[in-house]
Design a protein around this ligand. Sequence first.
Ligand code: SF4
Ligand code: SF4
Length: 377
Amino acid sequence: MIYRSYGRTGKQVSVIGFGGMRFEAIDDEEACVEMLVHAAERGINYFDTAPKYFGVKSEERFGAALRQLRRRDLPYYVSSKTFEASEKGIRNEIEQQLKRLDVETIDFYHAWCITDLESWRRRKARGLLDAFQRLRDEKLIGHICVSSHLIGDDIRELLDEGVFEGVLFGYSAYNFRTREAAFDAIRRRSIGCVVMNPLGGGLIPQNPDLFAFLSGEDNRSDDGARGQTIVQAALRFLVAHRDIAVTLVGFGNRKHIDEAVDAVEKFEALSSAELDQIKQSAAASFEGICTGCRYCLGECPEEIRIPQLMDAYNQLILRDEKEMISRLKDHWDVPMDEAARCVECGRCEDACTQHLSIIERLAKIAATGERNASTTS
Ligand code: SF4
Ligand code: SF4
């Protein structure tokens, strides 16, 4: 395992972190705990969860595993988050989190999921920063961090608040161009940087040929370019970035942990020239991809299944119309005319972490549906 400094905190963190949002068997406590312990045995010391991952079960599994890590003297740092903004709300939340995690301090505590600067300003106005500072003084949290879905200059503006010791944001081989501005502030302010969603919500492993550029080769062999899997190539791309302290991987099972740790241990680091070459090769069309984060879920007054429809639209961007139609019909079982129910209220676009033009995309899907219906009738 490789360890890097987390900003100016003096903490050394593993370049691969355990993201607690994708357990395949969350109801099997023993299996979850075994995974977390296995990760620690393989050198992972950064463990990230949140109060709404599987309800509160992810934090509970973490709590059970951390007890074991302490018994076995395996080192760890724990990270969690809150949507709350008022001191009262945050204190209520953290009291429960500390109990579930069974720790006295949450090492890295995040103001969770900032999707636009306006909502950040509202949270700040409700006293979030003062509350976080008091929690840090009381040693209930170790460091003040923020988790962001901002893109472009907005993320730089957020980090230039100057109060954050760490940041967590989505960054991967398909969307790196829209997030590069963050690194300017990260370097200037020595902020600890953790990236999430390194596989684009499954998009990269599902489309290995399209992401063959990650290997620095034009074609990918059946067993993966350069003997590595596409997942490993995607992780190496991130580990090669020296400003990134931790790449969080949402592990579903033990095999995923081994694959990620092997990616770091078995392969030589990419040079900066190789990294630049890969970036230049990345197709511009990969930007604007739905990551399947599902933050739009529950927003739609028409109950349109937006994540499924936007996932299918990814196929239109990355492949062709036929693939989009097949994805909706065979994978999701969502009829294309569902897209036509959109009344353009805009709520989903406000919630979308990737700032996608969902309304426009739905109109295109609806038009495709109509065209197909008329040609088949
Ligand atoms: S803009 Fe359309 S899809 Fe989005 S929430 Fe409103 S009705 Fe639903
Ligand atoms: S449409 Fe946006 S918010 Fe919804 S799943 Fe896709 S990226 Fe996430």
